[in-house]
Write a protein that binds this ligand. Structure first.
Ligand code: THU
Length: 161
């Protein structure tokens, strides 16, 4: 028997304005802005996402629901698929995701779901580029993860096939 340890790290800022990169601050704002156009009449839980590409292009997305509940899609995947369909030759370098849920002291904001983590990982592999993920909470705090790999250890990927 052997034990395999794994770890990752997340940076936490009380306000996204504290990020020392103007592009990162703008991306967080873009994700908050994208929330307003979510179509979420069933959950009433709006999520916004904004992606930055290697050429500086910003692609936004938000959650899209349906009366047939399982057909809905998360904000992150709406943005990721829009990006990879419209800009197939550009690396995705950063993704911000925002929710409005008010957070109690020390509470973690809603993080990307497992399916979105899997798609983020696919995009990292496809473009050979780690994606920095900014998770923006309802109190404007931001949690920064430097790769989807940190959110999805022991993942299934093309190397598993
Ligand atoms: N949702 C997202 O957009 N992103 C996530 O990472 C988790 C959940 C959406 C899906 C659904 O429209 C609503 O939030 C409630 O689950």
């Amino acid at each position: 028997m052997k034990v395999i340890s794994y770890s990752g790290s997340i940076e936490v800022y009380t306000h996204y304005n504290q990020l020392n990169d103007p592009n990162a601050i703008q991306l967080c704002k873009d994700s908050i802005e994208a929330m307003a156009d979510a179509y979420a009449p069933y959950s009433n839980f709006q999520v916004g996402s904004a992606i930055r590409l290697d050429n500086g292009t910003i692609v936004k997305g938000n959650n899209q629901e349906n009366a047939v509940y399982p057909l809905g899609l998360c904000a992150e995947r709406v943005a990721l698929y829009a990006s990879s369909s419209q800009y197939p030759d550009n690396q995705i370098t950063h993704l911000a995701v925002a929710t409005a849920k008010k957070l109690a002291d020390g509470e973690t904001p809603p993080f990307p779901c497992g399916s979105c983590r899997q798609v983020l990982l696919e995009m990292e592999q496809r473009f050979g580029q780690d994606i920095t993920i900014y998770v923006v909470g309802g109190n404007d705090s931001v949690w920064v993860v430097h790769s989807a790999k940190d959110l999805l250890p022991f993942a299934f990927s093309k190397d598993s096939l």
